[in-house]
Design a protein around this ligand. Structure first.
Ligand code: AMP
Ligand code: ZN
Ligand code: FE
Ligand code: FE
Length: 299
């Protein structure tokens, strides 16, 4: 089995890349992808650790995208509007100087500025969190995100727990929400292809679409360069996985899968096995591999 979705301390996971590789090997995985948000920086360390335990490391990242404007939106009902988050996973890109790598750098710069504004906003709202300490503890500003702010808010007594910190302050529509820059799914897919990689729509149920509109949108995205759909997701039940795999089949996409492991930020999820029942077959990686732009040598 394999796991194509994990986060390390280079974004909002609690464990370093080496630990993720060790856990993947211990869980019986033959391959693991490191998919930190907006960052390729953990990949060299993960690759070295993977070599040491005889695991294949798939370089990756996860990018938050803008909601696409559906071509059929004028004719559709409210069920056709994306109300949730839209995340794209990109695989097989590790070069920070690649077109995708350079865009990620711009997104990280924007994230650092967003974090400053978020901290200022909380201060205005009368919630003092020590931003400099947050940055110092994390070791930088660019990988920091709302999950780290959520923890700080709990420590400061401004929220009962992690989810409450989002509900009260950080979620979209809440008082301390500050948006960050986003690219479109089509742009992410284009940058992936230009960098020798493949783009996959992550945890599709997060889009908040009914089955029909979701399939319509996925079909449109498949035309604009998407290569896969994350159907076998750690938190999805058997019925949802089957339904999403059906959408992937009908739209010509690879049905991929992973745990979305974040360590102690999402303590119920394990590398490889997710909630306990995840087992993504190795054939998924072969199918994704086959989608790489042909001018790129396969490794
Ligand atoms: P950021 O990239 O800094 O905007 O943070 C996004 C991350 O925050 C996501 O990947 C989730 O892990 C987490 N997150 C976003 N919304 C929520 C929510 N409502 N409840 C809990 N965690 C959330
Ligand atoms: Zn995350
Ligand atoms: Fe995500
Ligand atoms: Fe993720």
């Amino acid at each position: 089995m394999i796991d194509l979705h994990t986060h390390s301390t280079f974004s909002d996971g609690s464990e370093p890349p080496e630990r993720i590789c060790e856990m993947a090997a211990a869980a019986g995985c033959s391959a693991v992808a490191l998919t930190d948000h907006d960052s390729l920086a953990g990949i060299p360390r993960a690759a070295e650790a993977a070599r040491a335990v005889g695991l294949r490391l798939v370089p990756g990242c996860e990018v938050s995208c803008k909601s696409p404007v559906s071509r059929t939106s004028s004719a559709s009902t409210s069920a056709g509007a994306v109300t949730g988050s839209i995340h794209v996973l990109v695989y097989f890109v590790e070069d920070p100087e690649s077109p995708l790598g350079l865009e990620l750098e711009a997104l990280r710069k924007d994230r650092a500025e967003r974090n400053h504004r978020l901290a200022a906003r909380l201060e205005e709202l009368g919630v003092a969190i020590d931003y400099d300490k947050l940055v110092a503890d994390f070791g930088g500003e660019e990988g920091l995100g709302r999950p780290h702010f959520a923890r700080a808010l709990v420590r400061a007594g401004a929220a009962a727990d992690f989810d409450d910190a989002f509900d009260r302050w950080l979620a979209e529509g809440r008082p301390a929400y500050v948006p960050k820059a986003r690219i479109t799914v089509a742009e992410a897919a284009g940058l992936a292809e230009a960098s020798g990689g493949v783009a996959v729509l992550a945890h599709p149920i997060s889009l908040g679409l009914d089955p029909g509109p979701l399939e319509q949108l996925v079909a449109q995205l498949a035309e604009t360069g998407l290569g896969g759909l994350e159907a076998i997701y750690g938190r999805y039940g058997a019925d949802e996985r089957k339904r999403l795999s059906g959408i992937a089949d009908r739209t010509g996409l690879v049905a991929t899968g992973g745990s979305d492991y974040h360590g102690s930020f999402k303590p119920d999820l394990e590398v490889g096995t997710g909630l306990g029942d995840l087992a993504v077959p190795e054939a998924v990686l072969d199918a994704l591999d086959a989608r790489r732009p042909r001018s790129q040598p396969a490794d």
